[in-house]
Design a protein around this ligand. Structure first.
Ligand SMILES: Cc1cc2nc3c(=O)[nH]c(=O)nc-3n(C[C@H](O)[C@H](O)[C@H](O)COP(=O)(O)OP(=O)(O)OC[C@H]3O[C@@H](n4cnc5c(N)ncnc54)[C@H](O)[C@@H]3O)c2cc1C
Length: 447
């Protein structure tokens, strides 16, 4: 199969990139499962926006502080400065953000100095991604191929990317030759036992990049979300959005006492919960919604309320058990400000990529925004360079099919390799941050 651009992944990053590709170029999108099965669909809390110039310094500093000041400042600036344009475009696409007295309504999450997060109930990701998908389906130049898995890159004699090798839905191996390849494959949650991510989103692009010696960045920076609903069932962990704590929910130990300021950065709160679990000798702690008015729970958090009920907890009447779980990956394939990787004709956008915007720890609700800001940058750079380029006659000879004889083993090895690298580098970073985290916890618990 041949196309001008192949985009791997149909989450917010992939869809936004596709919508910004030149309309006279053929774009083929592939996804491992159905187009709707992306982590972008699962986003609950919302998406950040610079409200006005007065909030620039506050937003910038909150992002840097959450990231332990390891962030790339220029990436942070680009993200914040682009936010109003991205939100306007989403509204044009029909995204329905919550309003209050005719104006956009803002909520707050942990580590934000003020409310600056737009939302749609507790299903902001579904609202945004479904509207993007609808627009993509209206475009004549874009085709989506579901149940198709990228298993490798095709690399030519000049060490440039010529497209990808795929496992088709019937299990056969195929190739998609392209002038440009955009990786929008999401995070790494599927390589962890406990994660809020879809199981099939499991670092494929990062593993393949490792196999080809493509540069990676911040690989020890994995984010644990402090509050997922405790369950003994296997599968994805259900997230209880940070905006619940932003609206007043509190954390309690087994004695019913608060033990941390709930609005500290995610890594600090997660560490405090683990420490309390160890003291209490329990596999969870508790989240109480008692300070949130019932009407707010029913209107702002209907999905969370429903899910807790399904699991046997009525959060209007009682605290719910929570446990930290893997949630987001700040590291990934190293890219520049236009999302280009270290390989020619290969771009990476969204959670798969790392331009340093999140530093060592992502500020809540910055990821949907970041995904779209830098996906647009990738599409714009590709648009400038693609005219006049031609595919080489045949890329088939570049592919050594024998590498894919045992795909089960290849996939397993890939997951293990990424997990090992993350955990090794994470352990090295941990000790550096531990002191800082402990200081923050003890400083601010008393609030
Ligand atoms: C429960 C939850 C709640 C969240 N809440 C928020 C929030 O409130 N605000 C916020 O900003 N962020 C939130 N996030 C994070 C945010 O949703 C993601 O970081 C972001 O949507 C990532 O978008 P993406 O397009 O990079 O990847 P994804 O949306 O994860 O999409 C990845 C795509 O790649 C495809 N894919 C992967 N590997 C392959 C392969 N080998 N071959 C083919 N296709 C492949 C997948 O099928 C999928 O289509 C949340 C995340 C989760 C899990």
């Amino acid at each position: 199969m041949k196309t001008d651009v192949v985009i791997v992944g149909t989450g917010a990053a992939g869809l936004f990139a596709a919508l910004h590709m030149p309309s006279h170029k053929k774009v083929l999108m592939i996804t491992k499962k159905t187009a709707e099965e992306s982590d972008s669909y699962l986003a609950q809390g919302g998406i950040c926006m610079l409200r006005n110039e007065d909030d620039y310094d506050g937003y910038f500093n909150d992002t840097m502080k959450a990231g332990h000041y390891k962030n790339d400042k220029k990436s942070v600036d680009i993200m914040i400065r682009s936010s109003q344009e991205i939100i306007s475009e989403l509204i044009e696409y029909g995204v329905d953000f919550e309003h209050h007295h005719g104006h956009l309504a803002y909520t707050k999450e942990g580590a934000h100095g003020r409310p600056r997060i737009l939302f749609h109930e507790d299903q902001t990701g579904k609202e945004i991604t479904s509207k993007l998908l609808r627009r993509v389906k209206e475009r004549d130049n874009i085709i989506i191929l579901e149940n198709t898995t990228m298993i490798d890159f095709i690399v030519n004699e000049n060490k440039a990317c010529e497209g990808i090798v795929v496992e088709n839905s019937d299990g056969s191996i195929g190739i998609i030759q392209a002038l440009y390849t955009v990786l929008a494959c999401g995070g790494v949650g599927g390589i962890y036992r406990n994660s809020t991510n879809f199981r099939h989103i499991c670092a494929d692009a990062i593993a393949i990049a490792m196999n080809h010696g493509i540069e990676l960045r911040d690989m020890g920076c994995v984010q644990i979300h402090p509050t997922t609903l405790y369950s003994e069932k296997p599968g994805r962990r259900f997230l209880i959005s940070e905006s619940v704590r932003g609206e007043g929910a509190i954390l309690l130990n087994k004695e019913g006492k608060r033990f941390v300021n709930e609005l500290l950065p995610r890594d600090v709160v997660a560490n405090a919960i683990w420490a309390e679990m160890e003291k209490d000798k329990t596999p969870y702690e508790w989240l109480s919604f008692e300070k949130i008015p019932e009407k707010k729970i029913r209107t702002h958090f209907p999905n969370i309320y429903r899910k807790c009920l399904e699991e046997g907890y009525d959060c209007l009447k009682e605290p719910v058990p929570i446990v930290p779980a893997q949630h987001y990956f700040m590291g990934g394939i190293k890219v520049g400000y236009s999302s280009k990787t270290s390989m020619e004709r290969l771009y990476a956008v969204g959670e798969t990529s790392c331009n340093g915007v999140h530093g060592a720890n992502r500020l809540a609700s910055n990821s949907l925004l970041e995904s779209m800001v830098f996906a647009q940058k990738a599409a714009c750079e590709i648009a400038v360079n693609i005219d006049g380029m031609e595919l080489s006659p045949d890329a088939g000879f570049l592919v050594d099919y024998s590498k894919y004889n045992d795909l089960t083993k290849l996939k397993k090895d890939n997951k293990e390799k990424v997990l090992k690298m993350i955990e090794t580098l994470k352990a090295e970073m941990q000790s550096e941050f531990e002191k800082e985290s402990n200081e923050m916890t003890s400083d601010e618990v008393e609030e």
